[in-house]
Design a protein around this ligand. Structure first.
Ligand code: SAH
Ligand code: SF4
Length: 346
């Protein structure tokens, strides 16, 4: 071993780390990394001590800098730190029949959505495929040792909704999907890629072999409203995003979901709700309304509970299938980019 995390090596090339060891050792190692992840190399019981020792502390491509739990242990947030100082956040949410992990796809984000802590910080670098897959493997290894009461003891769902815009890191995200689905054996139906509307990436994803769910972060139901919140709308306007979403649906048969962060006075009017309902009907999409998590660098505030109710009612009247997202882990800054922000400003 070279001190390089085996997660940073393609699963088919693991033999290159093992020198003169027989080929079946690489298969055994691959099983430990992808099928039965463990927290430490010591636990890879069928590998000789020499190999376990040589992996040693380099098993993970990052250190665990922060590990916090909330909601009575049902929500867990990790801040991982890569050797170059890059911060990688992941949030685990346990429910009675699923355990969902929200992973990061970039360090920071260049898209600059006004209300988003990650966007406010700008872009640092792309995450490698192995750094994305290792977030999932770490959560699986953790759950195996520390299960959440009443929840599945493995990650059943992965959502690319942490820091970063996955479709602005297309090749590496694609490779992470390949490893999660083809190598680790997750079902494509248990994976959701969330995009702010990178149209070329949406069209490419429609041509990939995996029918993953696509979530489109809309936040505005006309170009003027959307451009104020999502600068990328000037490059890929609403109609282009909706057409790409339709193509995705036609190609994969997977229901699109629309994400809508509800912001006081910015996108919470009945008028916006009615237009959103029209869009949702056209795409046959489900709408997830997310109450704004306030960020220190923006004056935006969440909508009042009355307005939130009014908005949801207007969606229902418009015939839309809509859910108000439960806010998880607020006391541990579980929203996108917020833990890193807190660490950086302390
Ligand atoms: N870049 C991708 C995925 C990461 S952001 C995207 O934008 O879809 C994941 C979700 O978190 C997005 O729907 C985004 O709108 C939401 N989000 C970002 N900042 C938020 C905040 N401060 N409060 C509530 N939701 C937020
Ligand atoms: Fe990037 Fe998504 Fe945040 Fe927008 S909401 S800045 S696309 S991470």
């Amino acid at each position: 071993m070279t001190g390089v995390s085996p997660y940073l090596v393609p699963p088919e090339d693991l033999a290159s780390l093992l020198g003169a060891e027989p080929a079946f050792r690489a298969s055994q190692l691959r099983e430990w990394l992808y099928q039965h992840p463990v927290l430490t190399a010591d636990e890879m019981t069928n590998l000789p001590a020499g190999i376990r020792d040589s992996i040693g502390d380099a098993l993970w491509p990052f250190d665990v800098e922060v590990d916090q739990s909330a909601d009575g242990g049902r929500t867990r947030k990790w801040l991982f730190r890569a050797p170059d100082g890059a911060a990688i956040e992941a949030v685990l949410m346990g429910y009675p029949r699923r355990t969902t992990l929200c992973i990061s796809s970039q360090v920071g984000c260049a898209m600059g959505c006004t209300f988003c802590a990650t966007g406010q910080f700008g872009f640092d670098r792309q995450l490698e495929a192995g750094e994305m897959v290792a977030q999932v493997a770490y959560a699986n290894a953790f759950l195996r040792r520390f299960p959440i009461d009443g929840c599945p003891e493995r990650v059943t769902n992965v959502v690319y909704m942490g820091m970063g815009e996955p479709l602005a890191n297309y090749e590496r995200v694609r490779e992470s999907l390949r490893r999660l689905i083809d190598v680790a054996g997750m079902s494509a139906r248990s994976v959701t890629v969330s995009t702010v509307g990178v149209v070329p990436g949406m069209l490419r994803l429609a041509d990939e072999p995996w029918p993953v769910y696509l979530a489109v972060s809309l936040h505005g139901a006309d170009d003027e409203t959307r451009s104020r919140l999502v600068p990328l709308n000037d490059r890929y306007p609403l109609e282009a995003v909706l057409t790409a979403a339709e193509k995705y649906f036609a190609s994969k048969g997977r229901r699109i979901s629309i994400e809508w962060t509800l912001i006081d006075g910015a996108n919470d009017s009945d008028h916006q709700a009615r237009r959103l309902a029209d869009i949702a009907r056209r795409l046959r999409a489900h709408v997830n309304v997310i109450p704004l998590n306030p960020t220190p660098l923006s004056a935006d505030e969440p909508s009042s509970s009355d307005r939130t109710r009014g908005f949801m009612e207007a969606l229902l009247v418009g015939g839309t299938n809509a859910t108000l997202r439960e806010t998880r882990g607020q006391e541990i800054d579980a929203a996108c980019g917020q833990l890193r922000l807190r660490r950086a400003t302390e």
